[in-house]
Design a binder for this molecule. Structure first.
Ligand code: NAP
Ligand code: GDD
Length: 373
């Protein structure tokens, strides 16, 4: 049985990757950090499975800012593959905590690579969660493996260090280390403060009568959004390619935050109309049909404890802008070219933008009607 270490196993990607690796027959060792309340919600379905926990899935405390236990874990586990997904992953937050972001996202990667060298694990393969944020103020459209980088946040700069230290250790010490330069990927497990999930959750809460308004920042930023589980399969393909190389994973399509918002609200029966400009812009209800939301989750209604209960009407202002959500420097446009991954890894996204929005809205609405919040 091959052994693998996954850092960031409690995150969106870590949870999907753990499922994929367990299905492929790996023994999975996840690194979790101590928290004052439970932080394993995304992997509880694995954690609570007696056939899996401590048989195929093992959890260890650790933190990328603490070198002391990395060597011990590597010596004890002797992994065949390592997926380094742990990060302070929020771009806006990185402007507030740039030092910590660099400690985890930049130096954390170095600490891990150096521990591999210290312990002398010659055969181990190392995946680094690199990002389309490296392209920042983009130098070409679309972006691929040869596009120059120009990061626009402390997060992007820290991840750029991570990118180059992977390349350096590959060349200097012959470590099988690869960067997956992943464009945005989303799912019902996405953290609630990233824009997609913030929107789909708010759409559900507004139609359920639990929230009056959604407040956003820059509506015109463009992102290449895909479905997270497909990208986690891509991570495995990158590490199981014959050579240690870097790959872009993307859909090749781009959409604005505004389009994402319009789509999400259409899925719950609300057609939006925009009025005003910049921070005075507002999203107003132009048309509303409550049966759309009811029909969306009809097949799950037996599990619901709550009903849709709202007083929404045409003309209600349900979206506003708060400049606090603007970033000091923004990444305006991301669109990836995944041709290398398609050709060499036989990897391709399947879930289209509209289907991604739909599945996220549906999951949030069902969750809200089950739990009541
Ligand atoms: P996420 O949901 O924010 O998960 C981040 C994970 O890292 C969590 O498990 C978190 O633990 C853990 N973590 C944070 N700081 C840590 C530390 N100091 N030591 C150990 N663990 C720590 O992120 P994601 O969306 O799954 O992304 C996974 C990785 O891919 C990240 O490195 C991210 O930067 C990168 N990436 C993501 C995307 C995307 O669109 N999702 C695109 C490109 C690259 P807690 O649960 O305890 O907070
Ligand atoms: N979070 C957030 N909240 N973003 C908003 C909001 C808001 O209220 N309103 C508008 N946006 C805009 C941001 O300004 C940005 O242009 C875009 O929505 C996407 O923001 P996020 O969802 O926070 O993601 P991100 O693109 O900054 O970063 C994500 O993708 C990167 C890959 O390109 C993260 O997952 C990073 O970890 C990842 O590397």
């Amino acid at each position: 049985m091959k052994k693998v270490i996954v850092t960031g196993i409690t995150g969106q990607d870590g949870s999907y990757l753990a499922e994929i690796l367990l299905k492929k027959g790996y023994q999975v060792h996840g690194i979790i950090r101590r928290s004052s309340s439970f932080n394993t919600a995304r992997i509880d379905h694995l954690y609570n499975d007696k056939a899996i926990l401590n048989k195929k899935l093992f959890l260890h405390y650790g933190d990328l800012v603490d070198t002391s236990n990395l060597n011990r874990l590597l010596e004890k586990i002797e992994p065949d593959e390592i997926y380094n997904l742990a990060a302070q992953s929020h771009v806006k937050v990185s402007f507030e905590i740039p030092d910590y972001t660099a400690q985890v996202d930049a130096l954390g990667t170095l600490r891990f690579l150096d521990a591999i060298r210290e312990v002398g694990l010659k055969q181990v393969k190392f995946y680094q969660a690199s990002t389309s944020e490296l392209y920042g103020k983009v130098r070409e459209v679309p972006q691929d493996e040869n596009t120059p980088f120009y990061p626009r946040s402390p997060y992007g700069v820290a991840k750029l260090y991570g990118y180059w230290i992977i390349v350096n250790y590959r060349e200097a010490y012959d470590i099988f280390a690869c960067n997956g330069i992943l464009f945005n990927h989303e799912s019902p497990r996405r953290g609630e403060t990233f824009v997609t999930r913030k929107i789909t959750r708010a759409a559900g809460r507004i139609i359920a009568g639990l929230q009056q308004k959604l407040t956003l920042g820059n509506l015109d930023a463009k992102r290449d959004w895909g479905f997270a589980p497909e990208y986690c399969e891509g991570m495995w393909r990158i590490l199981n390619h014959k050579n240690a190389e870097d790959f872009v994973l993307a859909t090749g399509e781009t959409h604005t935050v505004r389009e994402f918002t319009e789509n999400a609200f259409t899925n719950i029966g609300i057609e939006l109309e925009w009025k005003g400009e910049r921070e005075n812009e507002k999203g107003i209800i132009k048309k509303i049909d409550l049966t759309v939301a009811e029909n969306l989750v009809e097949s799950e209604k037996d599990k619901f404890n709550y009903k849709l209960k709202n007083t929404l009407k045409i003309g209600d202002e349900i979206i506003g802008i708060d400049p606090n959500y603007y970033r000091p420097t923004e990444v305006d446009l991301l669109i990836g070219n995944p041709a290398k991954a398609e050709k060499e890894l036989n990897w391709k996204t399947k879930t289209k933008f509209e289907d991604l929005v739909l599945l996220m809205v549906k999951a949030d609405l069902a969750k809200i009607l089950k739990r009541g919040f």
